[in-house]
Design a binder for this molecule. Structure first.
Ligand code: ATP
Ligand code: MG
Length: 258
């Protein structure tokens, strides 16, 4: 089910502003790739092109290719809604639908897809909450609002919501930045489990986190404000953190800038 992502010569624009230039990389199925780099270098921008969320922003467009296995996500025949179903996303701030119950939060995507069978919905809700390591904490209050959960629980609820529709790729933009260390570890454990089923790309500012959770690390940088961000180096996480090819990578991971 999990798919390979191939990015080829990707340039990304906001109107006339070229925010990111010349990105090419491959993400293997059932692996975790971390995007690291200083603020403004384009990590979120690149992430959003992987499920066509970038074009939702006025003026947002891309040049180049993003392939999912061998399917071109930007082919004219591709439906962006289908793409977003296949490539799910979890955001920096947990964003459950506040008035919806925990159960309905998880089932929301399925209902949109037309699933009405109550038994089927209950099964998926349970499976997804178990998959997100949240089931035991919420199984007795599935009908209570999602907004009543702690920040870490809400983030796991959002992960449950994302995996309920069985995507093949999961994108996460700084999913732990609003969380305490214990919740952060819970999410990291979860990412480790999820990678047996999903292809995962995570943006993080936390170097230890990148080193802990990812198989591959991509370091992005920009020369100066107003210049496009670039992918400086991508490779095996252990190598990037111990013996990178580029001086800029070394400087960044050792905390000399950024
Ligand atoms: N909606 C937008 N409209 C115009 N420009 C944008 C928009 N979003 C981001 N940008 C610009 O694109 C560039 C890359 O931004 P992006 O948010 O991708 O960086 P980032 O690496 O995710 O940074 P951070 O670590 O702070 O989240 C920046 O110059 C930013 O100002
Ligand atoms: Mg960002």
């Amino acid at each position: 089910m999990a798919k390979r992502i191939d990015v080829k010569d990707l340039d990304i624009f906001y109107g006339d502003f070229k925010a990111v230039e010349g990105v090419s990389m491959t993400v293997e199925p059932r692996s975790v790739t971390a995007f690291i780099g200083p603020s403004g270098c384009g990590k979120s921008t690149v992430l959003r092109t992987l499920n066509r969320m970038h074009e939702v922003i006025p003026g947002g467009r891309v040049d180049g290719k993003v392939l999912l296995d061998d399917q071109d996500l930007y082919a004219r025949t591709m439906d962006p809604v289908d793409v977003r179903r296949t490539v799910g996303m979890v955001f920096q701030r947990p964003n459950p639908f506040p008035t919806m119950s925990i159960k309905d939060n998880v089932a929301a995507g399925l209902k949109l897809n037309g699933v009405k069978n109550k038994k089927r919905l209950d099964e998926v809700v349970e499976k997804s909450l178990k998959g997100a390591n949240l089931w035991n904490e919420v199984k007795d209050r599935l009908d209570k609002p999602g907004a009543g959960l702690s920040g870490g629980q809400q983030q796991r609820l959002c992960i449950a919501r994302a995996i309920a529709v069985e995507p093949q790729v999961l994108l996460m933009d700084e999913p732990c930045s609003a969380l305490d260390p214990i919740s952060t570890l819970a999410i990291e454990d979860l990412i480790n489990e999820l990678k047996s089923q999903f292809t995962i790309v995570i943006v993080t500012h936390n170097m230890q986190q990148a080193a802990r959770v990812s198989d591959q690390t991509a370091f992005f940088n920009l020369k100066a404000t107003g210049q496009p961000g670039r992918l400086v180096e991508v490779g095996d996480t252990q190598k990037i953190f111990s013996n990178p090819d580029e001086q800029a990578t070394e400087d960044y991971i050792s905390g000399r800038f950024g």
